[in-house]
Design a protein around this ligand. Structure first.
Ligand code: 5GP
Ligand code: MG
Length: 178
């Protein structure tokens, strides 16, 4: 029997244990360390969901780098794209820098596509994406993910930074909805 927990009105079952999550993070950290040596990257972690992933990832990153934290505020723009992401809290200049977005989960890909679009206006050298989780079956955008710690099926999950209605972010393992 898998461990079952209740968050608000829903039941969740244990899905991915901390050890497995952290193995995935260590694997992408190694790729980052070899790909980005000498590149002086700036990591841009997306709050709230990526806080735990960012902490664990950065402990394994050994290339000289900076990290900063942003929030996204979505609003409906007048452009053809459905959603526009305003980037809040980015005080550092990213002009000419190699930016690595640190995201909790890529589902449809809409959020990442519009964030990359916003960041490119600030003229970085390049923008790469590191995500803790990826649901390939849910992707609706043409999007290249540079670093994926774990691929998962199309279930709603919580834990390791991800929430259900604000709760469950502190869980050290990942659970999926029953
Ligand atoms: P996308 O724009 O790729 O469709 O969605 C990305 C955002 O949706 C994530 O940053 C996250 O906030 C939310 N999201 C997508 N799937 C899940 C999930 O399974 N659990 C939780 N807690 N959030 C999710
Ligand atoms: Mg997110």
């Amino acid at each position: 029997m898998k461990e079952i927990i209740t968050i608000r009105d829903k039941q969740f079952e244990l899905f991915i244990e901390q050890e497995v999550i952290e193995q995935g993070i260590k694997r992408i950290a190694k790729q980052i360390n070899s790909d980005l040596a000498g590149k002086n990257p700036i990591f841009l972690a997306v709050l709230n969901g990526a806080f735990m992933f960012a902490g664990e990832l950065m402990k394994e990153v050994s290339v000289p780098s900076e990290i900063t934290f942003v929030r996204l505020a979505s609003y409906h723009g007048t452009t053809t794209t459905n959603k526009v992401q305003e980037v809040l809290g980015l005080n550092e200049s990213i002009e000419g820098r190699l930016v690595v977005i640190v995201e909790d989960i890529v589902d449809s890909g809409n959020t990442m596509v519009s964030l990359v679009e916003e960041l490119k206006k600030l003229q970085p050298e390049a923008v790469k994406i590191a995500t803790l989780l990826f649901k390939p079956a849910a992707l609706r955008q043409k999007l290249h993910l540079d670093y994926v710690a774990l691929e998962i099926p199309n279930d709603f999950i919580v834990g390791y930074g991800l929430d259900y209605d604000g709760y469950g972010r502190n869980l050290k393992d990942i659970y999926k909805v029953k």
